[in-house]
Ligand binder design. Sequence first.
Ligand code: PNS
Length: 239
Amino acid sequence: MDWRSFSTSADFNLPTATTKFDSQQNFSPKNFQRSIGPPPLRGPTPPQSRPCYNQELLSTEGSLPVAATPTSVIAIYPGSFDPITNGHLDLIERGARLVGKLVVSVLRNEKKQPLFSVSERMEMLREVVKGIPNVEVDFFDGLLVDYASQKNATLIFRGIRAISDYEHELQMALMNRRLRPEIDTVFLMSGEAHSFISSHLVKEVIRLGGNITGLVPPAVETRLRNRIFGEKQSNASNT
Ligand code: PNS
């Protein structure tokens, strides 16, 4: 059977959260195949495509063909998202194409002093991902892998912008794998146009009067302006 005989992505028998590989069994391609279904597809990309919901962000690539979306696979994209940037959004777009469900989850960290509350960050996320049907917005605290497991997720997506991100991300990925070997971390590269954007820098630039248009979604820019300049005004009136 080759890819031409598959009509939809649902035809692919892909591993689910409950799939277990018997470690006592000798590994062979045949055993692996029996355990998780058909082997990976080879050859030309099937002529399927999913519309791109944010043409502006992906204008360089247009509507990317989707080889096969494993509908049973759930991934978590965790982060602080304080606030969501166009780099995050680009990654959400890319990630959502690869899995059946992508849960974008905001870390609730009492120790950090965020600019936006968890519910404000979730609100902004919901606003900007509303056109992507397989994306859910949530929050979590505690260990990421425990949360992922509760959500039946088998993948964690993390974005890598530059090699400097890699060391810390690798450390987290390996620790997470040690804690729950059944959950893998997948590093996704955002488009080059977004590789320098971070929430931290965006906040610094706007605070110092710089232009952040195009770095965050317009609704987020408005909220940032209101929060930062509103705060400045109220601080000034208190002194
Ligand atoms: O956007 P960020 O701030 O880089 O995201 C960091 C995040 C949320 C992925 C990381 O801090 C995290 O996973 N925190 C949850 C606590 C946890 O599981 N710690 C062990 C990770 S090795």
